[in-house]
Design a protein around this ligand. Structure first.
Ligand code: TYM
Length: 336
């Protein structure tokens, strides 16, 4: 089983990223051949500060390592170190429908929020994301719920590529593997603590409602104490009627690794206030060892570069093969 996922570089990774993606990455290392990358090229699609890009990549990489990614047990690298991603992205653009890109919610949201230039790369972002995965012929892609549309698109791109350039291949035996999204049952969509009908996000969410992986315990406690709850007093998981409490139940269940039922039973006689305090404590406890490891690892930038270099080498052993096949099928470049 080959597994691939990517994460954008920012030191401000939040509890949604942690629960929805980072914890699953660590878990999937045990399940198969896991490949993870920090997608710095995706981060150039919106305005950013060039001087801070590398720092943001190191911050994010360190969060992943601190959470338990082990470069001995997975392939871990920086996207821009593996040039086949961008080459494949260009080639796949020829089997990507303009109309499909035009329907992407994430593009509409991000383009709508942009005061300056809306870049062409923001529009083609999902093609590069498809290339990230398809370059490895990965079968599974662990992501949060907000990436469903992008996953559907990459599946369509793979299917269309196979049909166009290898029409004789039997179903399922095409040159590109059609990947599947893998979503956590509990915690695939963590909501903003202040506006529990919006997903937690550092770009679109509220400051107080977004818990960062590197927030101080006191800050985490404060954010949970101020979390918006709902009318009534019962602690039950009902996303429609009680989005605030449902979200806290989701967080508590995910960090403790228990079911919603178990959370409801544990807090059957508790008040909202007590439950908020307990959830904050569970999150602080879960993040404490990650924060501790982060502080130990972050300073060694040469060490991080060495991890990236070794990871990119392993990654390229796979991607150069895929690109050779794709070029050949598309009639691009000399005969092999
Ligand atoms: P990024 O960096 O925005 O987010 C990283 C991961 O965190 C998940 N996530 C959430 N999960 C639960 N609740 C939330 N509130 C929440 N917010 C974010 C995201 O779903 C994601 O899994 N486009 C991707 C990066 C990417 C990628 C790829 C992913 C580039 N290439 C190839 C998979 C495969 C993104 O923006 O992630």
């Amino acid at each position: 089983m080959r597994i691939f996922s990517g994460i954008q570089p920012t030191g401000r990774k939040h509890l949604g990223n942690f629960i929805g993606a980072i914890e699953p990455y660590v878990h999937h290392q045990e399940r198969g051949e896991a490949i993870y990358c920090v997608v710095d090229l995706h981060a150039t699609t919106v305005p950013y500060e060039p001087a801070r890009m590398r720092t943001a990549v190191y911050d994010t990489a360190t969060i992943l390592l601190a959470a338990g990614l082990d470069p001995e047990r997975c392939i871990f690298f920086r996207q821009s170190d593996v040039p086949e991603h961008t080459e494949l992205s260009w080639l796949l653009a020829s089997v990507t429908a303009f109309g499909d890109l035009n329907r992407m919610h994430q593009f509409k949201e991000k383009a709508g929020a942009q005061r300056d230039l809306v870049s062409a790369s923001l529009f083609t972002y999902p093609v590069l994301m498809a290339a990230d995965v398809l370059a490895y012929r990965a079968e599974q892609v662990p992501v949060g719920d907000d990436q469903r549309q992008h996953i559907e698109l990459m599946r369509d791109i793979a299917i269309r590529f196979n049909a166009r350039f290898a029409p004789a291949a039997a179903d399922g035996a095409g040159p590109l593997v059609v990947p599947e999204g893998v979503y956590r049952e509990v915690g695939a969509r963590i909501m903003d603590l202040q506006e529990p009908t919006r997903k937690m996000s550092t770009t679109g969410g509220t400051e107080q409602g977004t818990v960062l992986v590197l927030d101080e315990p006191k800050t985490i406690e404060k954010k949970f104490k101020r979390a918006v709850t709902d009318s009534g007093a019962e602690i039950v998981h009902d996303r429609e009627q009680k989005p605030g409490i449902a979200n806290l139940i989701e967080v508590y269940a995910a960090v403790r690794g228990i079911s919603f039922d178990a959370v409801e039973a544990e807090f059957a006689d508790a008040r909202y206030g007590d439950f908020k305090v307990a959830t904050a404590a569970a999150v602080v406890e879960r993040l404490a060892p990650v924060q501790e490891r982060y502080a130990e690892l972050r300073a060694d930038e040469a060490g991080l570069e060495a991890i990236f270099a070794a990871g990119a080498e392993k990654a390229r052993a796979i991607t150069t093969q895929t690109l050779a096949d794709v070029r050949e099928l598309m009639g691009v470049g000399p005969v092999r």
